[in-house]
Write a protein that binds this ligand. Sequence first.
Ligand code: HT7
Ligand code: ZN
Length: 859
Amino acid sequence: PPVIRREDYKPFPWRVPTTRLDFALGVEATRVTATLAVEPNPDAEPSSEIRLSGDGLEPASVTVDGHGSNSWRMEGSDLVIPLEQGAHELTIVTQIDPSANSQLMGLYASGGMLCTQCEAEGFRRIAFFPDRPDVLSTYTVRMEGPKRQFPVLLSNGNRTAAGEGGDGNHWAEWHDPWPKPSYLFALVAGDLVARTDTFTTMSGRTVELAIWVRGEDLPRTEHAMESLKKSMKWDEETFGREYDLDVFNIVAVGDFNMGAMENKGLNVFNTKYVLADPETATDGDYDGIEGVIAHEYFHNWSGNRVTCRDWFQLSLKEGFTVLRDQLFSQDMQGEAVNRIEDVRLLRSVQYPEDSGPLAHPIRPDSFREISNFYTATIYNKGAEVIRMMRTMAGPERFRQGTDLYFERHDGEAATCEDFVRAIEDGAGLDLTQFRRWYSQAGTPKVEVELEHDGETATLTLRQTVPPTPGQPDKQPMPIPLKYALFDRATGAHRGEELIVLDGTETQIAFGGFADKPVLSINRGFSAPVSIERDTPVEDLVFLAANDDDSFARYEAMQELIVGHLVAAVGEGFSGDDREAGRAAIGRAMTAILADAGLDDQMRGELMMLPSQTYVAEQLLVADPGRIHAEREALKGWLGQRLEDDLVAMHARASKASDGMDAAARGARKVKTQALVYLAAGNPDLAAQMAAAQYDAATTMTDRQGALMVLAGLPGIERTNKLIEFYNRYRGNALVIDKWFSLQASSLHPEAIAHVKALADHPDFTLKNPNRVRSLYMAFAGNPHAFHDPSGEGYRMIADLILALDPLNAQTAARFVPPLGRWRRIEPGRAALMRAQLERIAATPGLSRDTFEQVTRSLG
Ligand code: HT7
Ligand code: ZN
């Protein structure tokens, strides 16, 4: 497959002012008649032909200006039609089989309904079209099909007409007045019911809202609807963005490659991000729904009204929209815990990506398959980069920048450079050097030293940006760091400051410190960098107990534990060193358990051990077995030493209500945290407490938390509760996903055997991405099982990739990165991982998706 390069961008020679699509719907055969008005694009080099992308399509007929044409030709999968300069009308008929579409891209069948997924290049599986984001067109869609099978017919925009046809058919016509690229096209036909509501916009217009689901799911749509209304209001208040159609439809589908899709006026969602009630959804699921509903809604401006010129600009819409959904969630749920969760995700997924063979800048320079670039780098690092601009400008000036961006580029297909220029002009920042964040991959390291001499404290900051594939040498990047200096005696600081490290090194001196102060740096995680410093253990314990920045407090605790684990898996760490390290962590943890000033949500965060991936990320080459053993042993040590406090906390939290308020949610969080430590320290007691929590549970959060702990322990309670859970929720796909996932991610020594057995379970299928992820993504993220020294875990993931690739290439390719980390793993396992990648690479007929990921991982 060819490499596509950003520098080769050329505008399309033709414009397509209007597109009319006619669908004769059938699950096994759908006939599509596409009528395109085309005219020369004055901003492009003229062409004597028009090249329309297709994927698996054959034209049944081609008409140019009303006359049947046979001068067209196929070039690969593209349809090329000779065309004289001037305006023309092209009509092309194709026929597709949605029931045979297992890739879930284009038009496909899911649970008896028909739905579409067109981003990034799925539209070309429906009709021949210039399927690129810079060709904007106004769409009119007519669809007709059997009324009993498809009583609901939806597309983008507003419904303009509907009626009955012959033979039990009916039809509907939809018109979307906003020009859009083909990736935002959507169609849904099915037997669905809706929760409806209305929203009055800031200019007083009424918008009809509907969330469409299968009949039995209707009671589980309330939270999604509330989230939608909150999102609409927040975007008006915070970014001045008003909704622009008379209707906003959301449809939930059970078979979906990603979380959701922002099609204009007709968002299509994975059921996982729509359906919730306390019996079947955890607090985390509720937050996920609120966040994803917001994200897709916010795309209406950041993505739809202003779209991307080409797919290299993906972070323009995704990074910005993630930042917008993060700010929304912070406003809804509170800043402290949300920021910690965002950073935890970034560090456990994006940092490893940025230090591995798949590292790429937030604006990549080349790709073979764009679906492989829907990454944590584009989304989450992209959001962090824009967040840094906001930090440097301040929220008010940043808003002036985004207002200017929307005003300048409304109705256009824009670039990341357009965004940066609008922020520069609107917010009054000079971002000349800052643009390097868009072109350079790799997580910068900042070495921090604080020296003290007499009355003066001197802070030295030094940055390096590591080499990444294709980018051996890097330039320094502006890094905004928030910091504060604490007086050890009073526990107070002199005020938070912001410094932008814009060269390789800088030094600042502070007078008036008779004693060496304690430095709190990168407060609020103001920059997505790795801070490297030798902080004395007592300073970390001080910050974990006293810092007034919640993130910095969490960070101190993480640094304390990571420092201990990294030293413990290295050479020359004595038994005394281990005892001393654990004792310091134990002191900090005791203080956290006892701190009456902490709310339980924050307490739960502070109690969390750094993930194994994050610990491994600190090492050039990691031994997953040793890290796992050391981390589990620390957990067990804490579980034993703090047993009384943990049991007391569990008892106290068990008295909280089962509501959705912050106190109740916090109580649920610390209860399960307590069980996690007790399971490592006193498994019998933990099993007893977890079984009791399971039996008493009135929420999925409590029930899942208890079952997660039991799934890792041997004994009869494990078997009993797994059976009980399955029987209780049999037939509820999203909950049965949890059942698969809990077992695949468990600490149980036989987890590999469990996963093998589950792959043969009658409820397991490769056809449903949620089910595949629930078993195998959970397994690939379970270090002790995936990294089994025999290499069996690697073989199982490679087998999965090969079996899944022909069915659903996009989902298959997402399993390659766990194997791609081999360079950072000890040599024995590394050879086994590499051998599996080579086995995949040697398999004929690989998809473009998997081929690209495997060759980059081996490269
Ligand atoms: N913009 C959406 C991306 C998406 C997608 C991409 C490739 C294949 C399937 C997909 N489904 C959705 C989702 C979002 O970021 O909002
Ligand atoms: Zn998005």
